[in-house]
Design a protein around this ligand. Structure first.
Ligand code: PEP
Length: 250
């Protein structure tokens, strides 16, 4: 089965709405013709509507960087799936390692968030091991637990809407990238884990992105791997030229 590649930019806590608009205009302007690639940008919440309105006639889609699992209620400071959708998002990043590290995200809350997102926006679910876990040879065990617990009790139809991002924590924002072989090994393992949990067909359709210091000079080699279906890009997505070059390397 052919999987459409995806390049997603995670802007994290960067860019005011005005700055975000300037960046997305540059990306839109320099983008190659629509081809067989899905392009997504994830600005801060407050910029989503402005960016989504600007991108209406473009093939770039917008994502939230997080959400809460209740749709409405007394949850001060939270944003829900219907609110994200109304603002113009069609994806949401869930379980990014920074949220796991600084905001107490667990596999259980990731699972709740995935279920809350599914009727409204498509989840991009992040998993990845720390350097200590990799050095202790625990990568597969950690990833298997994250996948099994985060993706618990979903229907096959739900699974068809989900995208996974493998982001080794030691490679995020550090300039250290997993080698294409290291990344491919984990991607193949994730696909096998999903095949065992759901079915080989679901696993075959699943898009698995790589994230961790992806830049134009390493993107091509990573994206050429059989089980790497795209990239979740942090730092390099904040510079239009770099992000466009990564998209072109597909
Ligand atoms: C990320 O935060 O998802 C990420 C991959 O960041 P960077 O590309 O900067 O390593």
């Amino acid at each position: 089965m052919k999987r459409i590649p995806m390049i997603a930019g995670n802007w994290k806590l960067h860019k005011t709405t005005q700055e975000a608009l300037e960046l997305v205009k540059k990306i839109h302007h320099g983008l190659p013709q629509p081809g067989e690639v899905d392009v997504v940008v994830a600005p801060p919440f407050t910029a989503i509507k402005t960016i989504a309105d600007f991108l209406k006639k473009s093939y770039i889609a917008v994502a939230g960087q997080n959400l809460y699992w209740e749709n409405t209620g007394a949850y001060t400071g939270e944003i829900s799936a219907p609110i994200l959708k109304e603002a113009g998002a069609s994806y949401v990043i869930i379980g990014h390692s920074e949220r796991r590290q600084y905001f107490g995200e667990t596999n259980e809350t990731v699972n709740k968030k995935i279920k809350a997102a599914l009727d409204y926006v498509m989840p991009i679910v992040c998993v990845g091991e720390t350097l200590a876990q990799r050095e202790a040879d625990q990568t597969q065990e950690v990833i298997q637990t994250q996948i099994t617990e985060s993706l618990a009790n979903l229907s096959d139809a739900n699974m068809r809407q989900i995208i996974i991002a493998y982001e080794p924590i030691w490679a995020i924002g550090t300039g250290k990238t997993a080698t294409p072989a290291q990344a491919e090994e984990v991607h193949a393992f994730i696909r096998q884990t999903v095949a065992d949990l759901y079915s080989p067909t679901i696993a075959d359709q699943l898009r698995i992105l790589y994230g961790g210091s992806v830049k134009p000079d390493n993107a091509h080699e990573l994206l050429a791997k059989k089980n790497i279906d795209g990239a979740l890009v942090g730092g390099a997505s904040l510079q239009a030229e770099l992000f466009i070059d990564i998209i072109k390397s597909i």
